[in-house]
Design a binder for this molecule. Structure first.
Ligand code: WT7
Length: 652
């Protein structure tokens, strides 16, 4: 039983919404009640009415939900709109001079972009992209530091109907190449470099490496000058962003796309060696990012929002690049890590920029909690009024620290469950309505029909663990896996007659109806809130010339949530002593080069073979026990090769 589930059964601390919070909330209890009621009575009408109210349409829609190609659902199909227009242009009259993005670099440089500034910058780049021949439907890979220009690049793509695919700046050349090739991108937008942890990350250099081994769809590379590090520019292919936009006008007509036009692809890990391109549509995606920023983050016009996620992850799409802008909010964007120059950086920035709503991941909270209370104690955090978490279950100890030390026992904490595939929050508190229980993401939002079911698809009662499913389509759901409809259907709709979306998480409900996420049901690890497929890491390991076979599992880790443990069989004999140490280092570096530093195994163990059943199946459950250092009490005599268990435990 995981620690979180343990606490689910014993957790008896409850935090009702503070009265002053309720008084000023955007969604008050009676309004929330009405939303739930309406959604239950008329699911399609509920979402359609919201879409009419929240989105500015170029051409109104008449079809709400189209389920004729289920499970490829479509929403608001005959409408036309533009996401960038909704995020920028429609605010210009009322909020042209309002700060949209307050950017801070790791070295301390700052720049504020008003909505008018964003309009100008996005328009110029959109025109530059058009001048480079980028058309509606073309794929553009964005491989950038966490700087305002990354958001501008995404918005510019949305403006001209190009489909962006953001690749996290920490990914390696191989990982970047895979994503470029799979999407068939024609343009890459990158930067010379960005600063993280006091070092310059040479993104252009990695892009060059990726393009050397890529299948060659890329025509142009647009390079934003940021870190000032030296780069090679390939004549005819590479152009400086600053040069590309220099002569471009700021006005650019938005491409009025159909609601279902793909807005972006975002690659994420699954059960196979290759990440899949999760494909999102335009209008439906935008709608859920808008309503969740209003309902869950309770964003008002005078709030200063800060979501610390990188645009390389879905959180940086829905709660940085799109949702907050679509509702005209002011937000902070930060380039660097939380510990430069010291563990007080985030808290110092909260004070400096007057942050009121702050959203981050449990792994970051645990890491900062370890540094002690002195850092947050040095800064005035009294403007904070709401806190959020995402990415993995938060352990109650970290929850309580966040609540007391950062939130001053004043701020509700919204623990938001969702996925790359869901596009926006699905199960999360409504801060003026929901009584919080540390460690639980609480209840589904209005219009989201989540349940915990057994193998037959039957709802389970309190405290029974089962499959987390979503029983009705919702506007921001993924539409497919890029160019792989079969993978879409077999991954997300394999059970229950193809009627329920299978999230890939196991969960249970407590007697109050609160949801508790128990973990993944597939071979996906959650390392520091990032999804990594065990198969992906295994494929990288076996690509090394010395490796014959590899199996990767997770073990609990007090900061990262899960740590990566690799069991490796070499082609040569099992190394010991310094030879083993050197091989461990070589393999860790190898994985880092092939996927990225986040995928580096924490432990690597060598043996003469992997524990397999007589039918040849790797016994992963046994490997997980070994990784945790548990005593092996189960009978291992059915194993093909019993002796390897002792080797893997490090006892032989
Ligand atoms: C997986 C999705 C959604 C943005 C970040 C991760 C886990 C996410 C929570 C939460 C417990 C959570 C699930 C989910 N997860 N949020 N609040 N409580 N678990 O996006 O990379 O698509 O990963 O993250 O296991 O399936 P992602």
């Amino acid at each position: 039983m995981s620690d979180t589930i343990e606490s689910a059964l014993h957790e008896n601390r409850h935090f009702p919404p503070p009265a002053d919070f309720v008084a000023n909330a955007r969604l008050k209890p009676e309004e929330a009640e009405a939303l739930y009621r309406k959604a239950e009575e008329d699911h399609e009408g509920f979402w359609s009415d919201l879409a009419r109210e929240k989105i500015t349409w170029h051409k109104e829609f008449s079809v709400g939900l189209d389920d004729s190609r289920a499970p490829h659902y479509a929403w608001f199909t005959d409408g036309r709109m533009n996401v960038s227009y909704n995020c920028i242009d429609r605010h210009l009259d009322q909020r042209g001079d309002k700060p949209a993005i307050i950017f801070e670099g790791e070295n301390g440089d700052t720049r504020t972009y008003t909505y008018r500034d964003l309009y100008n910058e996005v328009g110029k780049l959109a025109n530059g992209l058009r001048a480079s021949g980028v058309k509606k439907g073309d794929r553009v890979v964005i491989y950038m530091p966490m700087i305002a220009e990354a958001v501008i690049a995404m918005q510019a793509c949305a403006r001209i109907g190009a489909i962006h695919s953001v690749v996290f700046g920490g990914f390696s050349a191989d990982a970047l190449r895979d994503r470029i090739d799979n999407s068939g991108a024609e343009v890459v937008i990158t930067a010379d470099g960005g600063t993280r942890g006091g070092r310059v990350v040479s993104l252009k250099k990695t892009t060059d490496k990726a393009l050397e081994i890529s299948s060659g769809t890329v025509r142009n590379v647009i390079v934003c000058k940021r870190a000032g590090n030296e780069v090679n520019m390939t004549e005819g292919r590479d152009v400086w962003w600053q040069d590309l936009v220099a002569d471009q006008p700021a006005d650019s007509e938005p491409e009025w796309v159909e609601s279902e036009h793909p807005l972006f692809l975002l690659y994420t890990s699954g059960s196979t060696g290759k990440p899949k391109g999760i494909q999102h549509a335009s209008a439906g995606y935008l709608l859920n990012t808008i309503v969740t920023n209003e309902w869950v983050f309770d964003l008002h016009d005078d709030d200063v929002f800060w979501c610390t996620a990188d645009v390389g992850w879905v959180t940086g799409h829905s709660y940085v690049a799109y949702g907050p802008l679509a509702i005209g909010a002011t937000q902070v964007v930060y380039e660097g890590v939380p510990t430069v120059p010291d563990g007080g950086r985030w808290w110092k920035m909260c004070q400096a920029h007057g942050v009121t709503v702050f959203y981050t991941a449990p792994t970051a909270i645990r890491a900062l909690m370890k540094l002690g209370d002195e850092f947050p104690g040095q800064y005035d955090l009294s403007k904070l009024r709401l806190l959020g978490t995402v990415g993995e279950p938060i352990n109650p100890e970290a929850w309580m620290w966040y609540y007391r030390t950062i939130g001053g026992e004043r701020c509700p904490i919204v623990d938001t469950w969702w996925q790359t595939e869901t596009g926006a929050h699905m199960i999360a508190p409504l801060p003026a309505v929901t009584t919080l229980t540390p460690g639980s993401c609480t209840r589904p939002l209005p219009g989201i029909v989540a349940d915990v079911v057994n193998e037959e698809g039957e709802s389970l009662g309190p405290d029974q663990g089962g499959f987390l499913v979503i029983k009705k389509p919702w506007p921001s759901m993924l539409r497919t896996v890029w160019q792989d409809d079969n993978r879409y259907r077999s991954t997300y709709w394999p059970k229950f007659g193809g009627k329920y979306y299978l999230a890939g998480d196991s969960a249970r409900r407590d007697p109050d109806g609160n949801f508790w996420i128990m973990g993944r049901i597939d071979d996906v690890l959650n390392v520091s809130g990032h999804r990594l497929g065990t198969m992906e890491i295994e494929s990288a390991l076996v690509a090394h010339e010395a490796v014959a076979e590899a199996a990767v599992v997770g073990r609990p880790h007090d900061v990262k949530g899960e740590a990566i443990v690799a069991f490796v069989i070499l082609k040569d004999e099992r190394p010991t002593g310094t030879a083993a140490e050197e091989m461990v280092k070589a393999l860790r570096d190898w994985v880092s080069e092939h996927i990225g530093p986040i995928a580096k195994p924490d432990d690597i163990r060598f043996a003469d073979g992997l524990p397999k059943t007589r039918s040849g199946k790797i016994m992963r459950r046994l490997l997980r026990s070994i990784a945790k250092g548990e005593e092996i009490t189960s009978d291992t005599s059915t194993l093909e090769n019993e002796a390897v268990v002792t080797q893997l435990q490090g006892k032989a």
